[in-house]
Design a protein around this ligand. Structure first.
Ligand code: NAP
Length: 292
């Protein structure tokens, strides 16, 4: 089976490449190969390879910068997604498109289902929501949209790696304690994507994150404790819970964005691990990589 992967150099793209089942012939593409906002270029490259599946892990993910660079965010997250869906439809390929918990406004206090109303608070969230809508309109029953949250990986820039850097240099940090969501190891999401492909024929919107809930503060405390346990971090540091108001950033984030994964678990036949178990495994990998 031939699978074309957009966003191959991103953190999810990297995890998808290293977890790809042996029998998958993967065609990895990133910015340097094709700009997904260029419709003709996308159509050309997809037609040239005739993939069975396309995974779109490419995105404009700079959430705060997007508030200023609105056009850039929409060019990738809305137009780029639509271009890929159009090219997939023309080539008869199935499409898996990745979206975000930031399509919700965070006003709920129980996990968001795939039927819940969307109401993004940021440019990034709105651009991703528009992307989802085009993908489902254009590729229809050949499209699977997977929303995920708080992604991290050994590869790329993310909260875990930023925290380890700060913790290495400081004696005290303040982390937002009133935004609740679920940290998600991109490796588990990548494996879920391959399992969706194995099942074939599943379409519509699905949610995937690791299990459990946390605030960014809880997540930071866990990173510190797990990193100290394996001596990835060699000194203790004070982590202070602060409010969103104490850490002003350009983009508004949902204060609650836990995703209900029931539909995904029923379809795949397994649960996601608890986020702390995933974090422990990722840090172990990072440590082994640092030691090597
Ligand atoms: N990161 C999170 O916390 C998070 C949370 C929820 C959902 N998601 C979603 O999960 C998916 C994967 O995210 P990620 O964290 O793996 O993202 P990432 O690490 O930022 O990777 C995105 C990749 O897309 C590429 N890209 C950007 N614009 C492009 C364009 N115009 N044409 C071709 N490629 C382009 C980027 O290249 P450059 O680096 O060269 O720009 C990068 O390699 C995205 O759909 C994202 O919206 C992420």
């Amino acid at each position: 089976m031939r699978v074309m992967l957009f966003g191959a150099l991103g953190q999810l793209g990297w995890e998808l490449r290293r977890t790809a089942p042996e029998k998958i012939d993967i065609i990895p593409l990133d910015y340097e190969d094709v700009d997904i906002s260029d419709k003709n270029a996308v159509i050309r490259i997809v037609a040239g390879h005739s993939p069975d599946y396309i995974i779109n892990a490419a995105a404009y993910t700079a959430v705060d910068k997007a508030e200023e660079k609105k056009e850039d965010a929409f060019a990738v997250n809305e137009t780029g997604a639509a271009n890929i869906a159009f090219a997939a439809m023309k080539a008869g390929a199935k499409l898996i498109h990745i979206s975000t918990d930031f399509v919700f406004d965070g006003m709920k206090s129980t996990p968001y289902t795939t039927d819940d109303a969307t109401a993004p608070l940021s440019v990034y969230g709105l651009s991703k929501l528009m992307g989802e809508k085009h993908v489902l309109d254009i590729a229809n029953k050949n499209a699977l949209v997977i929303r995920t949250s708080w992604l991290y990986s050994m590869h790329g820039n993310n909260f875990v790696k930023s925290m380890l850097r700060f913790m290495g240099n400081k004696t005290e940090i303040g982390i937002v304690a009133d935004q609740i969501g679920t940290p998600t190891w991109a490796k588990g999401l990548a494996e879920a994507i391959w399992n969706f492909i194995k099942k074939q024929g599943i379409h519509g919107i699905f949610h995937w994150s690791d299990s459990g809930v946390a605030s960014w503060y809880d997540f930071a405390v866990a990173i510190k404790e797990e990193a100290m346990a394996i001596r990835l971090l060699t000194h203790d540091i004070t982590i202070k819970p602060i409010g969103t108001v104490d850490y002003p950033v350009p983009a508004k984030r949902p204060c609650y964005s836990v995703l209900n994964k029931g539909l995904t678990w029923n379809s795949l036949g397994y649960y996601a691990p608890h986020w702390r178990e995933s974090l422990r495994k990722m840090l172990k990998e990072l440590k082994e990589n640092t030691d090597a």
